[in-house]
Design a protein. Structure first.
Length: 459
């Protein structure tokens, strides 16, 4: 063989590998076969193919599915994609009848259907995992409606809250994530099949029947849009990215809280590791990995946005790049939710350390200002500056503000020289937490009401 022929053969092989998607879009085999069976049934109902051919096609497709699931199916790069791989094998099994399956459709609407079915299936799976995660955070919250923890802004101690209330903040995040997947599912539950390449088909098909057979609400409205639309893929990538961002936020707090500086929680040995050279260390590797994996999901979203941003109508080969990122993000979010759920269910919460930390930073300072506004009829700004003087005194005495005696407090500023002794009860940290009774606030009473609302939602 000449050098030129060798080079030509090598280039042809490279091009086949570059052009083919079968080695990754085989992930869609189940949806591809599901869509093809529905399409064959519709063609038969419309008298486009006869019942004998439809039955052969359906039985042949079920045999192909079994071969794939048994691991006996032979994947070849020359098949190019999952659609041709399945159709070629089908034709090998049933003969000419297999060639009738592709009537009134294109690989353009076929892949859009397969991919939409995949995204819809995975949206349900992820949504249910998120619901489980919400329940885990609600369960933790229900056990800690009186446990004090410093509420923070700018990572600085701000006001006393209860730990259950803190957990419910994450329950709210994951509830919104659940609702995003639910909303996306409803919006994208439309069947692309029958749009063909870009303009529909002259065959007398019934797209509404195909949609019904596949569990969609209705067919998509415009063939030209359908063949190139990947909004459904972008939506699941965005939804996953947002959920991973929330997972990353609780992971960051777990990392901080498990440090010696905080000591609020202790992670199960199952989800932490020791150093290779420092046996005394316990590293929060699992939350760090959860935090790190968020970046790859963001990258997958940006990647597909970039692919889609300059595409003219209708289908373009660029959209072959739409699947691997989605497959990766789906796999990442599924395992991340399961792992986070396990971490939270085995977390040891150091109640005493949390409450001790509440005596750093004068967390009840705002309560003094609010008291002066309510009881002494002061403008809030005046009360604010008086409170600063009280904080300065507490610092001078090396005390938390909640530990000041009434005599000490009265010396801080002439405006409070005759302040009523009842103020001491207002500065108590637990009283401070429970004083916040507005809807959605941190008091134990309000936290319990929020938990009950979540219990009703979970049911």
């Amino acid at each position: 063989m000449s050098q030129n022929q060798i080079l030509k053969n090598t280039n042809a092989q490279l091009l086949d590998e570059f052009n083919a998607s079968v080695m990754f879009d085989k992930e869609l085999y189940s949806q591809d076969i599901q869509g093809s069976i529905a399409h064959s049934k519709m063609l038969c109902l419309q008298n486009i193919i006869n019942i004998e051919d439809q039955e052969k096609i359906e039985q042949g497709l079920l045999k192909v599915r079994k071969e794939i699931e048994d691991g006996t199916f032979e994947w070849k790069i020359e098949y190019e994609d999952i659609h041709m791989a399945v159709e070629n094998r089908l034709t090998q099994i049933i003969g000419d009848a297999g060639g009738r399956l592709h009537t009134a459709r294109s690989r353009n609407d076929q892949v859009a259907t397969d991919f939409t079915l995949y995204v819809q299936d995975k949206s349900i799976v992820i949504k249910e995992k998120l619901k489980t995660l919400v329940e885990t955070f609600v369960n933790i919250a229900s056990n800690h409606t009186t446990t004090l923890i410093p509420g923070m802004t700018h990572l600085q101690h701000a006001q006393p809250i209860n730990f259950g209330f803190h957990m419910l903040a994450y329950a709210n995040m994951f509830q919104r994530d659940y609702e995003r997947f639910e909303s996306s599912y409803a919006r994208n539950n439309k069947c692309p099949l029958g749009s063909a390449a870009l303009a529909g088909t002259p065959h007398n098909i019934d797209r509404f029947k195909t949609a019904e057979l596949l569990g969609f609400d209705e067919p998509t409205a415009c063939a030209l849009d359908t063949s190139s639309n990947r909004d459904f893929a972008l939506e699941i990538l965005f939804n996953i990215s947002t959920s991973m961002m929330h997972i990353s936020r609780i992971s960051e707090e777990l990392i901080l809280w498990s440090s010696y500086e905080f000591g609020f929680v202790k992670m199960s040995d199952e989800y932490a590791t020791t150093s290779s050279i420092m046996p005394q260390k316990k590293n929060p590797d699992v939350p760090e990995l959860l935090r790190g994996k968020t970046g790859r999901c963001f990258g997958n979203l940006i990647s597909l946005l970039t692919v889609m941003k300059g595409l003219p109508l209708a289908y373009n080969k660029d959209t072959q790049e739409d699947k691997e990122g989605v497959f990766d993000s789906v796999k990442t979010i599924e395992i991340s939710i399961d792992i986070l759920d396990a971490v939270m269910n085995t977390l040891i919460i150091n109640v005493d350390t949390m409450e001790k930390a509440c005596k750093v930073g004068h967390l009840s300072a705002t309560d003094l200002a609010d008291y002066l506004v309510q009881k002494a009829d002061m403008p809030f700004r005046t009360a604010y500056y008086i409170t600063k003087d009280v904080v300065a005194l507490a610092n001078k005495l090396n005390k938390d503000m909640s530990e000041l005696t009434i005599q000490e407090l009265r010396t801080a500023n002439e405006e409070v020289a005759n302040i009523d002794e009842e103020i001491i009860s207002y500065l108590d940290l637990r009283n401070s937490m429970n004083a916040r009774t507005s809807f959605g606030s941190t008091s134990t009473e309000q936290t319990k009401e929020q938990i009950e609302a979540f219990r009703a939602w979970l049911q």
